[in-house]
Write a protein that binds this ligand. Structure first.
Ligand code: UDP
Length: 245
């Protein structure tokens, strides 16, 4: 698998199909593999925080989820094949799991959301074996976190979706990487359970096709503005970085 270094982050240069093929080989490995899907907001954070950059680079698969990452790759002259949205990757992996008999654990969201997402996914992908769910509102630092890990391990899930929002989910998954006993893939997928459970809607296809999904999110959730300002900052800094080379 080819990697493209975008200002310190080693993104996989893959199409969605290739990302799923990579995931399949990770499931057949004998260790726990982290899958992260950073967008430009998270890439911006990593560009100002070396420890966080290293944490993201410890993933077996780092997938570029967002127009900003694609744009940055282009600016520095190493374009990447396509955006691999975490929410779509999670659906495709669930489909693969239903075909190949891999088991899945869903962690995250408000109480009841993970169960609802499990029902919807199991309805959509017949035979999908969802072996456990848990909400995401537990203390990430104390015994509550250990209980969640115990629950995941007791379920024997092959794949775990960790949907706690970024960067909480990446930090939690990375901190606990060695505590997972059976899981071969621990994929951090942001607000995906809200989408699978039909609690939130993904942007209409116009926004997805024109790479302006961020704009739709901003219209729907204006409180994101402050957070989203890191997107233009990331692009401006990337332009400066490219010029200085
Ligand atoms: N969430 C959670 N535990 C927390 C904080 C957030 O499970 O302690 C969930 C929240 O309910 C939502 C998701 O994490 O389902 C964050 O979604 P968002 O779309 O904001 O993801 P991001 O853009 O941060 O990746």
């Amino acid at each position: 698998m080819e990697l493209v270094n975008i200002r310190g982050l080693n993104f996989a240069n893959v199409t969605m199909d290739e990302a799923i093929t990579e995931a399949e080989s990770l499931i057949n490995s004998n260790c726990t593999n982290l899958v992260f899907t950073p967008n430009a907001e998270i890439a911006y954070k990593a560009s100002h925080d070396k420890d966080f950059e290293n944490l993201l680079n410890s993933a077996s698969l780092l997938l570029p989820d967002g127009a900003g990452c694609l744009k940055a790759a282009k600016i520095i002259g190493t374009p990447i094949k396509e955006k691999v949205a975490g929410v779509v990757f999670g659906e495709r992996l669930a489909e693969l799991a239903s075909k190949n008999g891999y088991s899945l654990f869903l962690l995250g969201g408000k109480p009841g959301i993970a169960e609802k997402a499990a029902n919807e996914l199991a309805f959509k992908y017949s035979g999908l074996n969802i072996v456990g769910t848990n909400d995401g509102y537990f203390n990430k630092e104390n015994d509550e976190s250990c209980s969640v890990i115990d629950k995941i391990n007791a379920s024997n899930a092959d794949i775990v979706y960790v949907c706690l929002g970024a960067p909480t989910q990446e930090i939690w998954a990375s901190k606990n990487k060695n505590n997972f006993k059976n899981a071969k893939i621990v994929a951090c997928l942001g607000g995906s359970l809200d989408i699978y459970s039909k609690t939130s809607k993904r942007a209409p296809s116009f926004f997805i096709k024109t790479n302006t999904e961020w704009l739709y999110r901003l219209i729907k959730e204006p409180w994101r503005l402050k957070r989203m300002m890191s997107l233009p900052k990331y692009i401006v800094e990337t332009r400066k970085f490219a010029k200085s080379k």
